[in-house]
Ligand binder design. Structure first.
Ligand SMILES: Cc1cc2nc3c(=O)[nH]c(=O)nc-3n(C[C@H](O)[C@H](O)[C@H](O)COP(=O)(O)OP(=O)(O)OC[C@H]3O[C@@H](n4cnc5c(N)ncnc54)[C@H](O)[C@@H]3O)c2cc1C
Length: 435
């Protein structure tokens, strides 16, 4: 059986970032195990593509995401420039569609400051200011965030994987982990073709598959995940060009993973609307409705069942699920949700379906868990519920994960190397302790 000092499962943006840091910090035999034949084939390559500034993240409730987003912004900017990758600071208008949401915008201005954003990055606008900036947008008020930036996260992930490989990391692509067993000397990793690896230490960055892997080792009890597909529609080019910023609306149901679809300016200049959040059976259901809706019923009955029963008894949750399903079937229903703040958008201006990406949200007995969850076994470390703005925060959050593993002694078997990392590890992890 092939032995590794460190195995990272998952070649999404988080796994690639972990591998690039680890291979710069340590000497040792390392591998990334990825079920697809390329990195970022799933959520990391199927998202809105925005490096989010943390103005909307409550630092008390979403501490790790807020710090990661703030710390990673400069890292991504530097990385994009060094590697000639797309970096397009298009800015975002976060709009209050209803008057009562104006207080949320005020809170966001406070969060921006508390999260360390500079004063000029955000500005509170009244409806007249908004009309001057974006004449097609209707709202009661908005925050303009000038520094939200359109990028290509798949290209970011790919470039980090290349760094890891140049540091000697083996990329085991097209290799699916089907079982994990805790052994005295490490974690035995069983592969889809019957092959086996021994990982003295394993990091689970498997995105939508992370919960299943954690459960293979008997951890993550009390947690269950539900998968929500976010679908996008391409906007007619001439109409889309009339808007220059992303337009997001203040979430109406912050306790659930249902955001109203946004208007998005992609890094290649194309415009889209989306995503919705359609309940689907698994993290890879990118198309179809009837089959996946039916398949999601047994998922709802998987153990632990209590958190899901609570959700099912919540009429608001059920009505939102049904609204999301409608917007999956009907282009008009999707369009109607964006027309709340861009009234001149019509279904005929949504020219074709764009990509779709799946978010895997974890619930426990209190409902949806707001932060990423870290779990451990003697030879493994797991990140589940790593949702938006996870792609934004990946450079800093991955460093933080490694720092915690180092503090827990899980990486003591590897020698530190002097080759160096692409960013300053100590500086990045210090950001998590400063508050
Ligand atoms: C619709 C949508 C829009 C979003 N928009 C944004 C945004 O604009 N900005 C932002 O910052 N964040 C955004 N996010 C969140 C962000 O995309 C995710 O937080 C991030 O991509 C998660 O990265 P990851 O590496 O953890 O997961 P993934 O990208 O899902 O990677 C996990 C990898 O593990 C592999 N894997 C799974 N199981 C196994 C197995 N058993 N064996 C081997 N390999 C396995 C998968 O193939 C996959 O490649 C969005 C998310 C969604 C769903």
């Amino acid at each position: 059986m092939k032995k590794f000092d460190l195995v990272v499962v998952g070649g999404g943006i988080l796994g690639c970032a972990v591998a690039s840091w680890a291979s710069g910090l340590f000497e040792g035999k390392m591998a990334v195990v990825e079920r697809e034949d390329r990195v970022a084939a799933h959520t990391s390559g199927r998202n809105t593509g925005v490096v989010h500034r943390p103005f909307y993240l409550d630092p008390a409730k979403k501490r790790a995401f807020a710090i990661s987003a703030q710390a990673s912004y400069g890292l991504w900017e530097d990385w994009a420039k060094r590697n000639g990758l797309p970096w397009s600071p298009v800015g975002t208008l976060e709009v209050a569609v209803e008057g009562e949401q104006l207080s949320v915008l005020k809170n966001y201005m406070r969060f921006a400051k508390e999260n360390g954003m500079t004063e000029g990055e955000t500005e509170l606008l009244d409806p007249q200011d908004v009309a001057k900036l974006e004449p097609l947008v209707r709202c009661e008020g908005a925050i303009l965030c000038r520094t939200d930036t359109a990028v290509d996260f798949a290209a970011f992930a790919d470039s980090l994987m290349k760094v890891a490989m140049s540091n000697g990391v083996e990329a085991l692509m097209g290799t699916r982990v089907v079982d994990l067993k805790e052994r005295e000397e490490g974690v035995e990793v069983v592969l889809h073709d019957g092959g086996r690896l021994m990982a003295e230490c394993l990091v689970n960055c498997a995105g939508g598959g992370a919960m299943d892997l954690a459960k293979m080792l008997g951890i993550a009890r009390g947690y269950e995940d539900l998968h929500f597909r976010g679908e996008y529609w391409r906007v007619d080019e001439a109409f889309g060009r009339k808007l220059g910023h992303n337009v997001y609306s203040v979430p109406r149901h912050a306790e659930f993973p249902f955001l109203d679809p946004h208007f998005i300016v992609r890094s290649d200049g194309s415009r889209e609307v989306g995503p919705n959040a359609v309940l689907v059976a698994d993290p890879y259901s990118y198309q179809g409705f009837a089959k996946t809706a039916l398949k999601s019923v047994p998922k709802l009955l998987e153990r632990p069942i209590l958190p899901k029963l609570r959700l099912m008894a919540n009429p608001r949750f059920l009505s939102l699920v049904s609204q999301e399903w409608q917007s999956s079937i009907s282009k008009s229903a999707m369009c109607e949700r964006v027309r709340r703040f861009i009234p001149s958008l019509s279904p005929s201006l949504l020219t074709r379906r764009g990509i779709a990406g799946v978010r895997s949200s974890v619930i426990d007995e209190d409902g949806f868990v707001p932060e990423a969850i870290e779990l451990e076994s003697p030879h493994s470390y797991h990140v589940v519920n790593y949702n938006s703005p996870g792609a934004t925060g990946a450079p800093a959050y991955s460093a933080y994960v490694l720092y915690k593993m180092m503090s827990g002694g899980q990486l003591d078997h590897m020698k530190r190397r002097s080759a160096g990392t692409i960013w300053d590890f100590d500086e990045v992890v210090s950001r998590f302790g400063k508050r």
